[in-house]
Design a protein around this ligand. Structure first.
Ligand code: FES
Ligand SMILES: [Fe+2]
Length: 421
């Protein structure tokens, strides 16, 4: 086994010990928050600018735009965008807006198949743009008057493809450096996952009447499983049990699946891998949860609505080994991921979303009071700690250059203190 595998096995054995002792990793203390953090329009605007306008987030897996001239559209918190594969294989992101009089250039193209265009052609007065965003044609140019075409190309956002994922900072004047944002720990974790060799087997977006942080919190939460998902997820995974690592901006934790119970009374043999018995979850700040399941990866994304504080856009992606390399027939491969996808959708729509919508309506109460994350809600604490830190950080600390922050520098580092939970 290499170092990475040995480290993973150690963490899983720590989770197994927690299971045996009815304990979990914890933060040093509970932390409080107020309902207004999920309803205040001024805070939402600051989040769009100071978080999403300064740090990279994932807009798609590279396999969603495999060929030159493929593109997808996205609604980001600050801008509507087109993400397009260039002839040289790189990716560029443009604000989805014609520089003549602001018409929307491309309608929705995502999830169920990307768009494909040699050029972007405006439906209003038919100006056109090359795939690299430069303005190509002004129609009836002889009557339009003198215009410097080089000044009216599409507005470009900083974009980088790394670890098979396309990352964008949602502000034209920002810079991007994904490796620095991830930090050495998370960057090497993602490198080890080989996500670039996978394909996006299924993807879908959901417009929910819930603040994005309420959504993100629910998918970093191992505490609710037995109560909110008694007949689905709770049959597969243990509740309130995490072996956790805090990387500052990001964190990860392993949670044991029920199949690990066979090792409760007998120690697994030395050298036996316990990877098939856990789900390993990465919180990729500010708005992603990446779950490593035994045979696939699931990427969840939560974006604030550009206008409404109590709305957000969630995306779910299933990244898997391509059929040709899976050893499965096309029929079996399709059936397997269809079935997985249906189960995930059912849990989302029938169990998580109704709870979270109700939660958001509760947050609107004028006298909601303060609420609290427990010591056991480790990833939620990291998420809120880091969002507050970004909101408070001056520009020069965020972009450019982004500071590398490692575990332990921040106010409440994780501890592995056992708790009687
Ligand atoms: S708005 Fe696009 S060509 Fe006029
Ligand atoms: Fe849930």
């Amino acid at each position: 086994m290499d170092e990475v595998s040995i480290d993973r096995e150690r963490r899983i054995r720590r989770a197994l010990d927690h299971l045996r002792n009815n304990t979990t990793d914890q933060m040093e203390a509970p932390s409080t928050f107020v309902a207004a953090e999920h309803t205040d329009a001024g805070l939402a605007e600051r989040e769009r600018d100071l978080i999403f306008g300064r740090v990279p987030t994932i807009v798609c897996h590279g396999s969603e735009i495999p060929q030159p001239y493929d593109f997808v559209t996205q609604q980001l918190p600050r801008n509507k965008v087109i993400v397009a594969r260039q002839p040289d294989g790189s990716v560029k992101t443009f604000v989805n807006l014609c520089r003549h009089r602001g018409a929307l250039l491309e309608e929705d193209a995502s999830y169920t198949g990307c768009g494909r265009a040699r050029l972007f052609s405006c439906p209003y007065h038919r100006w056109s743009y090359n795939i690299d965003g430069t303005l190509r044609t002004i129609t009836r140019a002889s009557t339009f008057g003198e215009v410097d075409k080089s000044q009216y190309g599409l507005v470009e956002l900083p974009t980088e493809e790394r670890h098979g994922l396309v990352w964008v900072v949602d502000a034209a004047d920002a810079t991007i450096d994904v490796a620095t944002w991830l930090g050495p720990d998370m960057d090497s974790i993602l490198a080890g996952y080989g996500l670039a060799d996978l394909v996006n087997a299924r993807a879908e977006g959901f417009d929910e009447p819930v603040n994005w942080k309420v959504m993100q919190d629910a998918f970093l939460d191992g505490y609710h499983i037995a109560y909110a998902h008694p007949n689905t997820a709770a049959k597969i995974i243990h509740t309130n049990l995490m072996a956790f690592e805090d990387f500052g901006r990001h964190c990860r934790f392993v949670a044991p699946r029920k199949t690990i119970d066979k090792w409760l009374d007998v120690d697994p043999p030395e050298g036996e891998s316990l990877v098939p018995y856990v789900t390993e979850t990465q919180f990729l700040g500010p708005c992603h949860t990446l779950l490593k399941q035994p045979d696939h990866y699931q990427l969840l994304t939560f974006r604030p609505d550009p206008v409404h504080t109590d709305r957000s856009w969630m995306e779910m992606r299933l990244m898997v080994t391509p059929q040709e390399r899976s050893g499965m027939t096309p029929e079996r491969w399709t059936k397997l991921w269809d079935k997985n996808w249906e189960i995930l959708l059912a849990v989302l729509h029938q169990e998580d979303f109704p709870l979270l919508r109700a939660s958001q309506t509760g947050m609107a109460s004028r006298d909601a009071g303060s609420m609290v994350f427990g010591r056991n809600e480790v990833a939620n604490q990291v998420f809120h700690r880091e969002m507050r830190r970004l909101l408070a950080a001056p520009d020069h600390e965020v972009s450019p250059p982004l500071p590398a922050i490692s575990a332990g520098v921040t106010a409440t580092p994780a501890t592995a203190t056992p708790a009687t939970s």
